[in-house]
Design a protein around this ligand. Structure first.
Ligand code: BG6
Length: 524
């Protein structure tokens, strides 16, 4: 997160802080908020779910926190027959519904004055000429100074055409000290081959340091806290290795189904949707060595080493699991099965649950399995990383005293109830010596008065500041596909994923997968 003044493109405002900068080489006050300079954001796919629920509210929250320039511009590009005012009221409706900070009339007035809508489809050259004219108008009337970011909140198959149109209309070129950047939403392709092809298209149009690939998990405070926990403290790192750790469980469980996303999800499935990106990133941050600094290149170097050292299980049938939810109860609500969801092919083999065992062939992690699991319509919404420790080699107690003692664990609670739990044994009160598991909790909500920003707030701000450490590089994306491709290939030769009832914790296969190794999944 260190932005060097030397490498900052001309026209970029000087970021007021860099939270991970090294104070020895940076004398600025690191507690000052970082504020984006004159700029605008153009959103392709602005009427989609992501833009409505995350991007527009994040832009508003940034404005409300005073982190955008006064003349910030926001352009929606889409096929609807809208003018600027209709777009602004669409944005207002979603901001009121989904933003994190309270609605403030004066923030809104200022922000909405910079909102524009450009009507058109991606293959219409004329629409991109209009976009170009709109961007120039913003430069004139809002002082955005030619600094514009393009957010591709569109399916990957549309990336090439949008990139080409941006190139042909001259919008992609940074000129005269003004920057142009592109933000690409995941998934980056659906396998290694398509990811490489996609990258080729993008790199023909944009300079490598103008491309920001979003993995919104990296924008979460609790994910960045993995680095703080591990590298700002003394007490964790000495035991963070195969001498002490039995195994690691990384869980991203959701209680929701696929909602209105059938078109995107069917054929993609849980592993491509989430393991290839969010979970492998969490694994890399958990397993990597201390980076030289928190600059993008130093972080990538360490994460890439881990991703390159991942070894797949030889027996994929025994060490991976796939499931598909069937009808059931989610709390008090009756919900349909995946195959009955609107827009899903009733014979679909797409998995809504995936679990894999991965090993990391390094001295630190030899013999320590990393279990990754994710699923929709599970018992509850929770994401966590659990470092589960070995049993103490000797227990100087009567056997009955430690019958209730489980394994020690450090659990990084990514969401909800963000924080960290230490699980260890303590003596139960009374005259007998009896040891039982207890939890010691750090909670963001109770320890800090300031609420955590949403991941997209942080990431959009970083793009506007040109700050790249929280964005996965092409190398990381490709290494992640290399890990997943053989698993997907194996699954494609198997039949239907194993059914699991909505509201439960996934298919039996997944429990067996851990039981074979003598472990069981934590119940978060
Ligand atoms: C997205 C996936 O990347 O993450 C979705 O495509 C998933 O399927 C979402 O629902 C979950 O994000 P979060 O931040 O709510 O855990």
């Amino acid at each position: 997160m260190q932005t060097s003044a030397l490498s900052r493109p001309a026209g970029d405002p000087e970021p007021r802080t860099a939270p991970w900068s090294n104070p020895l080489v940076d004398s600025r006050d690191l507690r000052m908020p970082r504020i984006a300079g004159p700029s605008s954001l153009v959103i392709f796919g602005v009427t989609g779910d992501l833009a409505r629920k995350k991007l527009l509210p994040a832009v508003y929250d940034l404005a409300n926190r005073g982190l955008l320039s006064a003349g910030f511009g926001l352009i929606g590009f889409g096929r609807r027959d809208w003018d600027d005012r209709t777009f602004a009221s669409f944005a207002e409706e979603n901001v009121r519904a989904y933003s994190r900070t309270p609605f403030n009339e004066s923030t809104w007035r200022q922000l909405s004055q910079g909102m524009r809508f450009v009507k058109g489809s991606f293959d219409e050259a004329g629409a991109f000429r209009n976009l170009s004219a709109t961007v120039s108008e913003l430069d004139r009337v809002r002082g955005t100074r030619g600094n514009h970011a393009f957010y591709m909140s569109v399916p990957p198959k549309s990336f090439p055409v949008v990139a080409r149109q941006l190139a042909e209309s001259g919008l992609a070129r940074s000129t005269r000290g003004a920057w142009r950047r592109v933000i690409i939403e995941k998934p980056f392709g659906h396998d290694l081959k398509s990811a490489i092809a996609l990258d080729r298209v993008v790199s023909e149009v944009f300079e490598p340091d103008s491309v920001f690939r979003i993995d919104h998990y990296l924008g979460k405070e609790t994910v960045q806290n993995i680095l703080a926990l591990r590298f700002a403290n003394m007490m964790f790192e000495p035991v963070w290795n195969s001498n002490y750790v039995s195994h690691v469980q990384i869980t991203m469980a959701e209680d929701i189904g696929i909602g209105g996303r059938a078109g995107y999800y069917d054929g993609i499935g849980a592993a491509r949707d989430v393991i290839q990106n969010h979970l492998l990133q969490l694994m890399a941050l958990t397993a990597m060595e201390e980076p030289v600094s928190f600059s993008a290149s130093d972080l990538t170097a360490e994460k890439a080493k881990i991703l390159s050292a991942v070894r797949l299980p030889r027996d994929l049938a025994a060490h991976t699991a796939r499931g598909q939810y069937t009808a059931g109860w989610q709390g008090s609500q009756k919900v349909v099965g995946y195959l009955e969801e609107d827009g899903i092919d009733p014979s679909s083999r797409t998995e809504t649950y995936a679990a894999v065992r991965l090993d990391v062939d390094t001295r630190r992690w030899a013999g320590v399995p990393f279990y990754l699991r994710t699923g929709k319509r599970l018992g509850k919404r929770v994401s966590e990383i659990a470092i589960v420790f070995k049993r103490a080699p000797h227990l100087p107690f009567e056997e009955t005293a430690t019958r209730e003692l489980g394994a020690n664990a450090v659990v990084i609670r990514v969401q909800p109830d963000e924080g960290v739990t230490l699980r260890f044994g303590a003596k139960t009160p009374g005259s007998a010596m009896e040891v039982r598991d207890v939890n010691m909790d750090f909670s963001y909500g109770r320890s800090f008065t300031e609420a955590s920003p949403e991941a997209y707030e942080r990431l959009i701000l970083d793009v506007l500041l040109g700050d790249p450490p929280l964005f996965p590089t092409t190398e990381e994306v490709n290494l992640s596909w290399k890990i997943l491709d053989p698993i997907e290939e194996f699954w494609s030769t198997q039949g239907q994923p194993q059914p699991y009832r909505a509201g439960t914790w996934g298919p039996q296969e997944a429990d067996l997968m851990l039981a074979r190794d003598g472990h069981h999944w934590r119940m978060p």
